[in-house]
Ligand binder design. Structure first.
Ligand code: BES
Ligand code: MN
Ligand code: ZN
Length: 462
């Protein structure tokens, strides 16, 4: 599917209507019980200026946001697909032209996403080939790039875990290296030599060798450098502290943070933000093989700190310990990690909301603002120092689990130990929204690619 900027032509036009504002198609609206509410879609045949018109409702005019347009555009696109159309022309509602054009393109592209790689007979051909948008060409292109990056993350998350191994994830990272993006892949030996005891410990119970990946985007003339760090557990069985079957069911999604990092870096040559970006992730399975790490083991992370294992299912923080140590050494002006870290965060915020922890108010507020404008839900949680007690260890510098209460917070406090003093840092816990079980307007069930668009906007606004 391709998006082009241009004024409407062809047989099918897509428009948007605020609730109650139905002036030139009042009769069709009445006939079809359409009033312009959110989620309503009307198809009618006015003859002029086009044969077919798809109208999607935006709800009340005074409560409009670009996110409403994203959703309405998604609904219109799904209707166009149901009608087997090959081409549509989209007219945007009045307002911020660039924001609206980008949002509409994202909504359409993301709504039509399907993961069909393992279907021998893919159903629904998805004929829609050309989407013409009457808006700023730059914004149309930006929407397309944001959507393409998001679907790359979705593809990686949706891939079955025995196919999406650490090596495969490293290959995916290699695959996005091009103009301005370089990639370094470290194998087991290099990981050992770098002293990444957390990653090695978690990998010990798996047949699949771990990988550590460092992507980088160098922007000409950039004055700032930031690092993105992802959790790349390609399957989380829990290790020896094995998960029950229903808790394991979705654990192929435990590399969603790494997928987001790859996806974000894939888009940078197109967006060319004026900031240097490191994209870093540690990848391994967490399995209960004969060599697996055990409770009461002590692992030493790359920055020298030691971690006592209380629960082998709290593996994400162990590999992130190394990845954050590595990122700190690069001395970036900010670090953002993105991880499917805790069930506790899902208990706190539910399946739709990303939790954000940060040692820097300005960084946190910027990320919250970018998320809001991208229609991605995010909510701040506290880095409560008083809870550090829960992860104190008698034998090591800290324990890898503080028990059930405040589990998302103690996990974040643990990560903080691996970020060098003075570096603004934010931790995004995406355990809830990384994968969803039912369809939403522009997000079919499965991997969501959550936070890719938020992070892209954040990088573009540096
Ligand atoms: N990958 C899980 C967290 C998770 C839970 C992601 C649900 C997506 C949905 C993580 O590795 C984990 O198992 N965390 C444990 C930590 C506990 C043992 C301290 C958890 O949250 O139960
Ligand atoms: Mn786990
Ligand atoms: Zn995990």
């Amino acid at each position: 599917m391709k998006f082009v900027a241009g004024s409407p032509r062809g047989e099918t036009w897509v428009r948007f209507a605020f609730e109650g504002a139905l002036d030139d198609f009042r009769q069709a609206a009445r006939d079809n019980n359409f009033s312009g509410k959110e989620r309503e879609v009307l198809v009618h045949y006015p003859g002029k200026p086009c044969r077919r018109m798809i109208v999607a409702g935006l709800g009340p005019k005074d409560r409009f946001t670009p996110e409403k347009l994203r959703r309405a555009a998604a609904a219109a696109a799904q209707r166009a697909r149901a009608l087997d159309l090959e081409e549509i022309s989209v007219t945007l509602p009045p307002g911020d032209g660039a924001e609206n054009a980008q949002a509409a393109v994202e909504g359409i592209a993301l709504a039509l996403y399907e993961y069909k790689r393992y279907k021998s007979r893919p159903n629904g051909p998805g004929k829609l080939r050309t989407v013409r948008v009457d808006g700023d060409p730059e914004a149309v292109r930006r929407g397309e790039v944001y959507a393409r990056a998001t679907t790359l993350a979705r593809d990686l998350v949706n891939e079955p875990p025995s196919d999406c191994t650490p090596r495969r994830l490293a290959e995916a990272a290699r695959g996005v290296a091009r103009r301005g993006v370089r990639v370094k892949v470290f194998d087991e030996n290099r990981i050992r030599r770098m002293g990444m005891g957390g990653l090695l410990g978690v990998a010990a119970g798996s047949e699949q060798p771990p990988r550590f990946v460092h992507l980088s985007w160098r922007a000409p003339g950039a004055r700032r450098t930031v690092a993105l760090v992802g959790k790349g557990i390609t399957f989380d069985s829990g290790g020896l502290c094995l998960k029950p079957s229903d808790g394991m069911l979705h654990m192929k999604d435990d590399m969603s943070g790494a997928a987001a990092v790859i996806a974000v870096l894939s888009a940078l040559p197109d967006l060319r933000p004026r900031v240097n970006v490191h994209g870093i992730f540690a990848a391994t399975e967490n399995m209960p093989g004969g060599g697996a790490y055990k409770t009461r083991d002590v692992l030493r992370a790359m920055n020298g700190k030691t971690m006592e294992i209380i629960n082998t299912d709290a593996e994400g923080r162990l590999i992130l310990a190394d990845a954050l140590s590595y990122a700190s050494r690069l001395k970036p002006q900010a670090i953002v990690d993105i991880a499917t870290l805790t069930g506790a965060c899902v208990v706190a915020l539910g399946p739709e909301i990303t939790g954000i922890f940060s040692n820097d108010e300005k960084l946190r507020d910027r990320l919250l603002d970018c998320a809001r404008r991208q229609g991605e839900k995010m909510w701040p949680l506290p880095l409560e120092e008083e809870y550090w007690e829960m992860i104190k260890s008698d034998v090591a510098d800290m324990k890898n689990s503080g028990g059930r209460w405040g589990g998302a917070i103690t996990a974040a406090l643990f990560l903080k130990e691996f970020v060098d003093e003075g570096i603004p840092w934010a931790h995004l816990d995406i355990a809830g929204p990384c994968l969803v079980e039912s369809d939403k307007p522009y997000r079919p069930a499965g991997g969501t690619g959550v936070m890719v668009r938020t992070l892209l906007r954040w990088l573009e606004e540096q």
